[in-house]
Design a protein around this ligand. Sequence first.
Ligand SMILES: Nc1ncnc2c1ncn2[C@@H]1O[C@H](COP(=O)(O)OP(=O)(O)OP(=O)(O)O)[C@@H](O)[C@H]1O
Length: 372
Amino acid sequence: MTEALPRPHKLSGLVPAVTFLRTTNLVKSFGSKKVLNGVNLAIAECGTTAIVGPSGSGKTTLLRLIAGFENPDSGSVELNGQAVAGAAWVPAHKREIGYVAQDGALFPHLSVAQNIAFGLDREWGTRGRVATAKRVAELLDMVSLEASMGARRPHEISGGQQQRVALARALARKPKLMLLDEPFSALDAGLRVATRKAVADVLHEAAVTTILVTHDQGEALSFADQVAVMRGGTLAQTGSPFSVYTRPADRDTAEFLGDAVILDALLQGSLATCSLGWIPVRHATTQGKVRLMLRPEQIRITADGPIRGTVVDTVFFGPETTVRIKLSPMGGPTGGGEVITIRHWNAAMARPGMELNLSVIGEGVAFPAGAD
Ligand SMILES: Nc1ncnc2c1ncn2[C@@H]1O[C@H](COP(=O)(O)OP(=O)(O)OP(=O)(O)O)[C@@H](O)[C@H]1O
């Protein structure tokens, strides 16, 4: 099987990507419940992969198998070309993997410095206090925390700072692979973006191959160079953020990764006819009656657009307003009259009852009719 691995950000375009982690047909059940049902994932060295999917789809279980906290029922995990589960077994502490959990899991009774020192190898105990303190200071600096923070307890620093300490502790042993299990989900929106950026920068700088598990589609698309969409214990789609967002493999994936406008259409060759007119479709795999998907931002309010519709209602979100529009019948094979939801930056341009002209930019994606 030839896999198109994303190009790791540390390598130039001339250097082929090297697979650092590979899982093959990973299966795992708890009691009678099959949680992983044949997971095949390949991750490039120094690459960043986001695993995204609904609650209970098996994301954390997959991370735990990669980390070595659980054994697969069947299938294998290879790190750097060496089997660590399946054909052989390498215990968690010998896999050179760092793990940061959702809540950071810092020890509340230890200072920040002691928490980080806990992450160091045992041999640091023999190097003396000065050497350990120097290494802890380096790690604090790496995650952009002041050395003076070392004396504080976890409850005396912010949630974002706690996550950076957890990252520093996980980086202490210089892992080759970092597993981040929803590490930003407890942070509020502003801190979340800033912490995510800081963590991404540290890992990028240290050239650590990274897997991020998240519920958050925006986080997955912005953090990673590869996105793996998990559903029901398998990977429904794996690809670059751009390709999974603009060319989702199926309707569930399309709707999981963002808002979608989905209309009945008739596909002939590479043109779909629907209430929005004739929309080009790339890589059409089916013909005839289809469900056509567009992203809301592909549908624009324009003075001379060929499609007409009437505003049903709007919801103001600040920088943008969502606008529900009832499409006018276009004639042709589809009846028209569907209500779609788009987004617009100017709330004043769309008020309930207004008639608007619309145009569509880019291509649609066709899914077989009746598949949903
Ligand atoms: N040790 C365990 N024993 C029994 N069932 C488990 C165990 N670990 C996970 N499960 C079950 O496996 C399923 C998948 O869990 P997992 O935590 O991997 O999903 P997830 O995609 O990470 O979910 P979430 O996003 O909610 O964290 C769930 O139904 C969960 O209850």
